[in-house]
Ligand binder design. Sequence first.
Ligand SMILES: Cc1cc2nc3c(=O)[nH]c(=O)nc-3n(C[C@H](O)[C@H](O)[C@H](O)COP(=O)(O)OP(=O)(O)OC[C@H]3O[C@@H](n4cnc5c(N)ncnc54)[C@H](O)[C@@H]3O)c2cc1C
Length: 465
Amino acid sequence: MNLVWFRNDLRLDDNPALYKACQQSDSVKAVFIATPAQWSSHHDAPVKLALMHAALQNLAGNLAQLGITFDLLEAETFDDCPQLLEVFCNHHGITRVWFNREYPLNEIKRDQQVIHLLQKSGIETFSQTSDLIVPEPLSNQQGEYYKVFTPWYKAWMKQVSSSPVRVLSSPKAVGPALKVKPIPIFGDQSAYRRDLWPADEEKAQQMLMDFIQKRSDHYDEHRDIPSINGTSTASPYLATGILSVRRCLFEIQQHCDLKGADWRENAWARELGWREFYRNLIIGFPKLSRGEPFKAETQAIVWEYDQSQINAWKNGLTGYPIIDAAMRQLQRTGWMHNRLRMLSASFFNKLMLHDWHIGETYFMENLIDGDFASNNGGWQWSASTGCDASPWFRIFNPTRQSEKFDPEGTFIRKMVPELSSLDNRHIHDPTPDQRERLAYPLPVLDYKSARERVLDRFKTCLKPG
Ligand SMILES: Cc1cc2nc3c(=O)[nH]c(=O)nc-3n(C[C@H](O)[C@H](O)[C@H](O)COP(=O)(O)OP(=O)(O)OC[C@H]3O[C@@H](n4cnc5c(N)ncnc54)[C@H](O)[C@@H]3O)c2cc1C
């Protein structure tokens, strides 16, 4: 009997562990282990857990159609997983366990412990690659892991181009269809917007194809404008594995081929590259999973700490309309547009000079697409502590950025409705009178002096010797 252990790969499509387990035997079971205490220590957002729960319900139904029973097991932490699996395997006469690899440090340690214990009990384990397009992290001619995106991306593209991306179809049924058991609820479902983020694999695939066929040709032009639905919004599905990243690359390649375009020039494929680059970093540099900055010298930066400013940022009440619109989008939908993640992170760790770890945690606690590698990468990029990060003297001016990327204030009007009556000029920076009349706060900081303070702080703290 084969067992498939689902983790961040909640799908039938292009799922190597599932596919191979079904190819090898017609007697297959599936499990997922809920680990509430571990999730809480990783700061996984309730909305992300609710999406996972809904995806598991859909997955259990799809597996039942293939003749595969699904069980939801519960442990507190990853440490409890090996024994739980061993007991389950012994009870059900399972001799082989299949799973797809995960890359953050705690997940790697958990898997090592599972493999060790199961092998001691005579149970074979098979780990597969499903969350990376190129299975191993890339290294340069000196045998070192890359630290800069562009050379890494060139090497990655060379590898990807040398053999076509292969995606696996859903496996064939191993037996007659079964009745589906309801899955016990975990996590708090209240903030989850099912209308925005349906959890069915079929719907996620439709959303992907809709983006690729109808919107991807305008991606480069629309991707920075938060009021336009110009990006794929595939991130929640990639973070939970409802969608396969290889499927995403495969489909954009097919689309480019059909149009006679070169996929290697495609801006969306490049973003999938950023995702993979950050995964390569967490594999190559385990200190990232321990909360350390990539650049050790940035540990010398002295951060400010002002709880009232932090609260204003979290609640979308900084008095900077574009930042408040961004933070309210996160609260309302569980998702934030990439340009706004860059602006709100820069506002937090540059202009407010707060430790990026606090912002990183808050994002994880609220994002439906919370993904350790991409979130850590994004925050360290923004704080200039990461490898290939934004230079420390690059500080976004929120008002100028707002004028550039939301010129008519369309996005601000939607998310900060109290400002919707303002004209296109004042919507980015209302006058004190307008703020008072509309009950909108005064700015929590003065951009010019905040900019000088952060430049001075980085210069002083990063001084050699
Ligand atoms: C401070 C900060 C925190 C972030 N936290 C996360 C996070 O927790 N989870 C997450 O998935 N992304 C994170 N990102 C990256 C990016 O903002 C999101 O992936 C993107 O906004 C998701 O929207 P989309 O699916 O429409 O992206 P699209 O523009 O359609 O891109 C397609 C896919 O490529 C990947 N991708 C795109 N941009 C990036 C990027 N800059 N870095 C890594 N992968 C990327 C994502 O998987 C995305 O779904 C963060 C960025 C910043 C600056």
